[in-house]
Design a protein around this ligand. Structure first.
Ligand SMILES: [Zn+2]
Length: 538
């Protein structure tokens, strides 16, 4: 049979089954953690994903075979190699394929890449990439009946639509887990993320954020006093919704109770997360976007030898070079205290679970950071998911909803008052998490510690028909620009300097951050500007 050639049908069945059997390890591992495989719904979820995957494979491969069998085979071989590579690194490093990973691949240089060419990987590639590729290359495929083949992607597409519409519960579940599932479903993870990356590249985002940074001139560490400075970058958190700035709801009760103070609200440097996180972490503040990029704050501190930790529940930060970088997914396994455990249980219904971590998961694993800060200077950056749209009700736990009724839908499908309720719940949850952070730090009575909190940009909640953020800077509504700026200081920190002027400082938050962190750590000289440091007294 092989000598005469096999039909495309047989070829596709064997190829797709091989891929499902050997390139799904990370996906199955993730599924195993969130569904119960011994239950009906768990098995249904698994089968649902497998059917989706098979149909998507047919939609992907058959149009290329329609053009030419040789081209189809070439494409099939490339996917085998990339899938084998992705599976190996996802399994061995516990990573997923997100857009940041794709972007970093495009900017990696050969010496970095060659570090990955180890023996284990090459053996894996030989077995799961090269060997099946030889079969693909050598097995002849019988001439195609083109009319028939042209119907395959159309037929698979129609079956896909029908299949999705008769399984609304599973479709909804897949949709809710979209980000987690999409980054593990090969080859869709890297195909989709590469398109997303290309689109953002065209808009100029990555040329700045994944290129080479100019090193800043070295400052000097003025003393060897230990202590911890925490910078918290919020998300879509607008000053208009803060009681510190006159909002009538008691949204900031938790931080007020633990002693946070609010500095004057200020305008963000832009309205998109990528640009604003760049400004916040840049020595140049809001001028950052207009000039050649310099190394971001965490990379600078790490290079100076300051112990630097980054914990994130969000994306779109500049490329950072730090020793200790963890996502909430990585932190979940070391979450042991009530600060991070509260609300961060997998949300499960009929043994189908949705993986989602609220920002308080960032408070996991704080003990080693606190221990280090007792003997040396430590910097911790927390990047919150905050009030990220379009579904604000996803940003705070269902049983943490002081303002009711809330709206579970996309912003544009919500009644104005329910949309505000959902958004306010998310702001109040951010406030609760910040208060939790201050409580953790307060337990270490002698520790000199500081928390700075600011948002990346504001948010529109339907004012004049505007929603979300991202308006061009010149025409952006004030709600998208005005951000809160809050500070918490431990008694030991307050005792070490005159902090009475902090509350009256008027430097815009995003211009102040870099220099205030350096000021709090007493790292002067180099890029440090005293006039932007909120901890200098007037
Ligand atoms: Zn943002």
């Amino acid at each position: 049979m092989i000598k005469k050639g096999v039909s495309l049908n047989i070829f596709l069945v064997i190829y797709i089954l091989f891929s499902l059997a050997f390139h799904q390890g990370p996906l199955i591992k993730w599924l195993d953690a969130i569904v119960n495989f011994s239950s009906f719904s768990g098995v249904s979820a698994f089968l649902f994903i497998e059917v989706l995957s098979i149909l998507l494979w047919v939609i992907l491969l058959t149009p290329i075979f329609f053009i030419s069998i040789k081209l189809g085979k070439f494409f099939a071989v490339v996917l085998l190699f990339v899938n084998a590579t992705a599976t190996f690194w996802m399994n061995s490093l516990g990573i997923v394929i997100n857009q940041e990973l794709i972007a970093s691949l495009f900017f990696t240089d050969y010496s970095e890449a060659s570090g990955f060419l180890n023996q284990e990987y090459l053996i894996h590639l030989l077995i799961f990439g090269l060997t099946p590729s030889i079969f693909v290359a050598l097995v002849p495929i019988k001439p195609l009946k083109r009319l028939k083949i042209s119907g395959y992607p159309i037929g698979a597409g129609l079956i896909l639509v029908a299949f999705i519409s008769v399984n609304p519960t599973l479709t909804d579940w897949v949709d809710k887990n979209g980000a987690y599932l999409g980054s593990r479903l090969l080859p869709w993870s890297y195909i989709g993320k590469t398109f997303g990356y290309a689109q953002d590249m065209r808009q100029g985002y990555y040329s700045r954020y994944y290129g080479e940074f100019a090193l800043l001139p070295n400052g000097s560490i003025e003393d060897n006093k230990p202590g911890l400075v925490v910078l918290v970058i919020g998300e879509s958190s607008r000053a208009a919704s803060y009681s510190y700035y006159g909002y009538e709801r008691p949204i900031n009760q938790a931080t007020q109770e633990v002693g946070f103070i609010a500095l004057p609200k200020s305008k963000s440097c832009a309205t998109s997360t990528m640009i604003t996180t760049g400004c916040i972490l840049s020595a140049k503040g809001r001028a950052d976007w207009k000039e050649a990029a310099t190394e971001p704050l965490p990379s600078y501190l790490h290079r100076l030898g300051i112990k630097t930790f980054v914990r994130t529940n969000n994306t779109e930060m500049p490329r950072l070079n730090v020793g200790d970088y963890k996502t909430t997914t990585q932190l979940a396994s070391s979450c042991k205290t009530e600060f991070c455990l509260a609300y961060n249980v997998l949300k499960c219904e009929k043994s189908l679970c949705v993986e989602r971590y609220f920002d308080n998961m960032l408070l996991a694993d704080m003990q080693p950071i606190l221990e280090s800060a007792k003997s040396e200077k430590v910097f911790l950056l927390l990047h919150f998911r905050g009030s990220h749209g379009p579904n604000y009700s996803d940003r705070s736990p269902k049983d943490f909803a002081p303002f009711k009724p809330s709206c579970d839908a996309h912003v544009t499908q919500c009644q104005a008052d329910t949309l505000v309720n959902s958004y306010d719940n998310s702001i109040m949850f951010t406030d609760r998490t910040l208060a939790g952070l201050a409580q953790i730090l307060s337990r270490e009575e002698k520790l000199s510690s500081v928390v700075l909190y600011l948002s990346d940009h504001g948010q529109s909640l339907g004012e004049n028909g505007n929603y979300m953020h991202g308006a061009p800077l010149k025409e952006a509504p004030v709600e998208q620009l005005e951000i809160p700026f809050m500070v918490w200081m431990s008694d030991t920190f307050k005792g070490s300097r005159n902090t009475s002027d902090v509350v009256t400082q008027t430097v815009p938050a995003q211009d102040a951050t870099f220099h205030s962190v350096l000021g709090a750590l007493n790292i002067l000289g180099g890029p440090y500007l005293a006039e932007r440091d909120i901890f200098t007294s007037n």
